[in-house]
Design a protein around this ligand. Structure first.
Ligand SMILES: Cc1ncc(COP(=O)(O)O)c(C=O)c1O
Length: 454
């Protein structure tokens, strides 16, 4: 993974499909038959039943809706409502304050961190859950700057980052007297210097779905004496991350995308084991104190990952997330990756077969080494196209100015979903040719046509 990422290729727009075995030229029936074959051979297919998804009766068309926005908000795991009802009735309703100890509320941030840890290749005791990703970016960046060498004058920030990371990093740098330099991920190895404290990088680009080179970039940062801070929002639960194996220093991520924790579910912070005793939180709330109930006016940090905590955890959301994570029992992240690549390959082939030639262009790399778990297609009138897709029961999302995003969650997305989404996209593109009467959305969808997540 340490080579320079290649320029994205463009299978959805290619004259001849890149992969000779893939059936870009098949007719509709053959794509559908191929989807059935792939679903029949899918070892993860049964997991779909563990989620609440649309059924045929939910749609006027008689077809079940297709959800391809799990890269923004994951679908509801069936285990969650019952568990939350129980937490409310029994733990809050009856045990009340006793639940902090008797129901394990107090230790939930570390316990649930240990459930996320194997999914991102981290040892127990290195992940803590709580707060939003933005808040954890702040903790990680300031904490990282405080660990860096005295002569450091700058931090690097992924120039293509999801905006919140950039906003927070700039504020953190201002507070600590450092400069911020935006750098494209592929250029970080060339741009890092001995004055760089750390680089904050997105593992998968939220807009294009490009997978950045975590091992190579981390290694280059370390060679220059800088720390590597990764944002895993778009990779955790979709592909192997290998935090410990690649010696990542600090990482953050959300849990509402591929981890299906629910709207606004708490994020997590990873601190490499060997750095934990040097981690000085910029938000040293009482939950991270060595003796939180000692009520000592003087702050003394707890040992280990507990240092990443701040204040009282959001118990209902945390416990919803814990129930959502049950679906991962016995599921290997390598199998998830295999299916994710197969789904995105198949979708790209179907789009090549169904879309009018030249109408869409994939900005997601075709090369598996640099592909996350979404397909982003550049497309004229993308806002209108996505609104029409949603109206016809295919939910992806739209990113300014012209990107259609389709997220593939291997836990519940089927090959039949991928085939039908591409087929409906082809129909919509024929109905909305490139030169349309207007460039704005066909209907007013509000600020985000589908979902508020990045
Ligand atoms: C890469 C990335 N980082 C950060 C965020 C924002 O996270 P939060 O709203 O939890 O602070 C998002 C949201 O989608 C994201 O995609």
């Amino acid at each position: 993974m340490s080579e320079t990422p290649e320029t994205p290729q463009n299978p959805a727009n290619a004259e001849t499909p890149e992969n000779p075995e893939t059936p870009g030229a098949l007719d509709d029936g053959e794509h559908a038959a191929h989807a059935r074959q792939l679903d029949a051979g899918d070892p993860l297919a049964a997991l779909r039943d563990r989620f609440t998804l649309d059924t045929a009766s939910d749609q006027a068309s008689g077809d079940a809706g297709i959800y391809l926005d799990g890269n923004s908000l994951g679908a509801l795991p069936r285990a969650v409502p019952g568990r939350i009802a129980e937490v409310i009735a029994r733990e809050w309703g009856e045990l009340r304050i006793r639940s902090w100890t008797e129901a394990g509320w107090w230790t939930a941030p570390e316990r649930i961190g240990d459930k996320i840890a194997p999914l991102v290749g981290a040892a127990p005791g290195t992940v803590v859950v709580g707060d939003s990703t933005s808040v954890n970016v702040f903790k990680a960046v300031v904490g990282g700057i405080r660990m860096a060498g005295k002569g450091c004058t700058e931090i690097l920030v992924d120039a293509t980052t999801f905006p919140t990371d950039g906003y927070i990093a700039r504020s953190a740098a201002r507070m600590t007297g450092l400069a911020v330099r935006p750098v494209e991920p592929a250029r970080i190895a060339d741009e890092v210097t001995e004055r760089t404290a750390l680089a904050l990088v997105n593992h998968v680009d939220y807009r294009t779905g490009r997978l950045n080179d975590l091992p190579g970039i981390t290694n280059a940062l370390h060679s220059a004496g800088a720390l590597a801070v990764w944002d895993l929002c778009h990779s955790a639960g979709a592909l192997p991350v290998g935090l410990d194996a690649h010696h990542v220093d600090l990482a953050v991520g959300c849990t509402y995308k591929y981890l299906n924790g629910g709207p606004g579910s708490p994020a997590y912070l990873y601190i490499r084991e060997g750095l934990q005793d040097r981690f000085e939180s910029p938000l040293p709330g009482w939950n991270s104190h060595v003796a939180p109930f000692g009520m000592d006016p003087a702050y003394a940090p707890a040992e280990g990952i507990v240092r990443g905590r701040v204040g009282t955890p959001d118990i209902l959301s945390l416990l919803a997330l814990e129930a959502a994570l049950e679906v991962w029992d016995g599921v290997s992240i390598e199998d998830i990756r295999t299916k994710s690549l197969a789904l995105t390959d198949f979708f790209l082939d179907c789009v090549a077969g169904y879309a009018p030639p030249g109408r869409v262009r994939s900005v997601t790399p075709y090369d598996h080494r640099w592909r996350g778990s979404q397909v982003s297609l550049e497309c004229a009138r993308a806002g209108e196209v996505m609104n029409e897709l949603i109206r016809r029961g295919v939910v992806g999302d739209f990113r300014e100015p012209d990107v259609l995003r389709f997220g593939f969650t291997p836990l519940y997305t089927s090959f039949a979903d991928a085939e039908r989404a591409a087929r409906v996209l082809g129909e919509v593109l024929r109905a909305l040719p490139e030169e349309g009467p207007s460039t704005g959305p066909a209907t007013d969808p509000g600020p985000e046509p589908a979902g508020a997540g990045g």
